[in-house]
Design a protein around this ligand. Structure first.
Ligand code: GLC
Length: 495
């Protein structure tokens, strides 16, 4: 072969190789774009299933009122327990004296000393300590949990001065906020029906929680009387009412979610006791356990429920509350990683850990306003060890946060609307200009701005322009602890 011919051959070979290389790149590109569209398919399907148009929310509100009636009619008549709280008088502002409160129900518990000053109520001087509950105590024995609580309470009592305990012979009194479903047997006693929110201590179920606390207080030598046992929703309602006589209901949006409201006692067929003088009875709905065929459930909710400590229970709570929102997000991201290689060809190890992604992380990502979504990038990197995400990927994560938070916020608005309907307060009635005020509290409501905004705007949408002036939402900051102290005061043995 001459020199020229050889050169031609080399050229042909090089050209062929280049063509082959290009097709590999093209194939890889195609594969990449196929993966992307598979991932987007997962996202779109999830979004479709989460959709909560206004008609669906109206159906849900109606289903909520139907269940409320059923739960009030008979014990076990509905998924909504509609627990009778034995609170038939809410604070008036006359309450006076120094009372303790214990607030147990989430990842932290708080002990408060509340100085009630009668009518002089602009501020209620309160001292408190907040103590994280060691996670192992949430699932061990009743004895260990209550001992831990009583010890912290005793330490706090030891810091009191003369002003806080002016009558040395008197027994100290406590309002105990215990935020789990309890069948109340009086204002100051009740048995635990079941645990929720990640607690699971078998030997406490069916026991009188005040009895358990009393025994633990005795063990640490603390002489204190539980004057009121209340749910956090009841405490929040009481705290809200102290400042505003138009408060008719209280909602907690925090680790868990729940609602309480003021019912007419004669509208409670299952109430066997005498008609209270006020004619009212506060009901703890335990709405976290609400369930309806109208709920926009997805496969991720089903899987989360099956893997939870309380499968089949608290379905509404698992779609709305702070304990679960981040976990739903993790589950969707995991599916995108497994089925569409969204984060590369291996599934990030950390993403497989249940509950590693918490709702505050999700909230930070959702509120990221930087042009390159740097907070999203850093959360993914720091928590999940997912590096090198592109802006396009990070935008998808923000979209997912939005879908999950929007669904939860809209569902909670539907629940509130259901309560207003039950009370007949969802429309303006002629001659009535009294406002209906709803007291809200909980970390989700307080810290997840977009959740709060969406919940409020959805409630307006449901109520309609005309009536929305008659309904107010207020933040009852720390209402549940102060509310428990107020209820302890109104049930004091020294009255
Ligand atoms: C859970 C509890 C309920 C509580 C709510 C908010 O739903 O069962 O009692 O009120 O969380 O803390």
């Amino acid at each position: 072969m001459g020199k020229k011919a050889a050169a031609v051959t080399v050229c042909v070979v090089v050209a062929a190789a280049a063509a082959a290389g290009a097709s590999v790149v093209a194939r890889r590109q195609m594969k990449k774009s196929a993966k992307w569209s598979r991932a987007m398919g997962i996202v779109r399907e999830f979004q479709d299933k989460c959709d909560s148009p206004i008609g669906k929310l109206r159906n849900l509100a109606d289903a909520m009122t139907v269940e409320m009636h059923a739960g009030l009619a008979s014990e076990g008549g509905s998924k909504l327990k509609m627990i009778i709280s034995y609170v038939d008088n809410l604070p008036t502002g006359e309450e006076e004296g120094c009372f303790y409160a214990l607030d147990l129900g989430g990842t932290n518990f708080r002990v408060l000393r509340v100085h009630l000053g009668g009518k002089d109520k602009d501020i209620i001087p309160t001292e408190f300590v907040e103590v994280p509950i060691p996670p192992c105590l949430m699932t061990r024995s009743s004895h260990e949990l209550f001992d831990f609580i009583a010890e912290e309470l005793a330490k706090f009592v030891a810091t009191e001065d003369e002003k806080s305990h002016p009558f040395p012979g008197r027994q100290r009194e406590l309002g105990f906020t215990f935020s789990f479903p309890v069948r109340q047997t009086s204002i100051s006693s009740g048995t635990l029906i079941k645990w929720t929110k990640g607690f699971s201590i078998e030997d406490a179920v069916g026991e009188d929680v005040v009895g358990e606390l009393n025994k633990a207080m005795e063990r640490v030598g603390l002489d204190m009387r539980v004057a009121a046992l209340v749910n956090d929703t009841i405490g929040t309602l009481a705290g809200g009412r102290y400042y505003n006589p138009n408060v008719v209901a209280a909602i907690i949006l925090g680790t868990g979610t729940n609602a309480a409201y003021v019912e007419r006692a004669n509208a409670i067929p299952k109430w066997q006791g005498p008609l209270p003088r006020s004619g009212d009875m506060v009901i703890n709905m335990e709405w976290g356990n609400f369930r309806s065929s109208h709920l926009p459930l997805t496969e991720y909710d089903d899987d989360l429920d099956v893997a939870s400590l309380n499968p089949g229970e608290q379905i509404f709570e698992k779609m709305i509350s702070g304990m679960y929102l981040g976990e739903i997000l993790r589950r969707v991201m995991l599916k995108m990683a497994e089925e569409a290689e969204f984060f590369g060809d291996t599934v990030p190890e950390k993403l497989k850990n249940p509950f590693i992604l918490r709702t505050p992380h999700m909230s930070t990502m959702h509120h990221d306003t930087s042009s390159d979504l740097k907070d999203v990038a850093s959360k993914l990197r720091d928590i999940l060890e997912i590096n090198n995400t592109t802006l396009r990927m990070r935008k998808v994560i923000v979209e997912l946060c939005d879908t999950i938070a929007t669904r939860g916020a809209r569902l909670s608005a539907a629940g509130i609307y259901g309560i207003l309907k039950k009370l007949g307060r969802e429309i303006t009635r002629e001659g009535e200009d009294q406002k209906s005020v709803i007291a809200l509290d909980g970390g989700l409501f307080e810290h997840y701005k977009k959740f709060k905004q969406c919940m409020e705007s959805t409630l307006k949408e449901l109520i309609g322009e005309e009536a929305s002036d008659t309904i107010d939402i207020i933040h009852s900051n720390d209402g549940s602890g102060i509310g428990a102290a107020l209820l302890a005061a109104s049930h004091s043995q020294y009255l």
